[in-house]
Design a protein. Structure first.
Length: 138
């Protein structure tokens, strides 16, 4: 069995964003030369997420509005975590959207269902963060 590891770097200039990272994960898979196995993709920061869904701007806007209702950024004073920081909401949003995804690799391709794409969700941006791609198989 082979194993391949790559870090993707993301630097979102805004506080929140959803970025389609499917092309970078597909490139990592090509570099791995693995044809059958699994690909793990996870955010390596506790205020960011990786998830699978449709690449549709209306849906992304709905996610942003929904998450802001569930864990509003302001007032930051109502969070106990915010002792000198203002990102407690980002931790909660990450918990809701998830840390990682696992995708089957079949015939050297990510084995997606219809419309599925991999996204990086940023909830406390404005600095460089990493995403881990780990591919295991033959």
């Amino acid at each position: 069995m082979k194993s391949y590891r790559k870090e993707l770097w993301v630097n979102v200039p805004s506080r929140r964003a959803f970025i389609n990272i499917t092309p970078q994960v597909e490139e990592s898979l090509r570099e791995s030369n693995i044809k059958e196995g699994i690909a793990l993709v996870n955010a390596m920061h506790i205020t960011a997420s990786v998830f699978i869904n449709d690449d549709e701007s209306g849906l992304h806007s709905d996610f942003d509005k929904w998450l802001e209702k569930l864990a509003p950024h302001e007032p930051v004073s109502h969070y106990r975590h915010n002792n000198g920081e203002d990102n407690a909401d980002a931790h909660l949003k990450r918990q809701i959207m998830g840390r990682e995804v696992v995708v089957a690799v079949t015939n050297g391709k990510l084995d997606f269902g219809p419309w599925e794409q991999i996204f990086y969700g940023e909830f406390d941006g404005r600095r460089k963060k990493r995403v881990l791609v780990k591919i295991i198989g033959e």
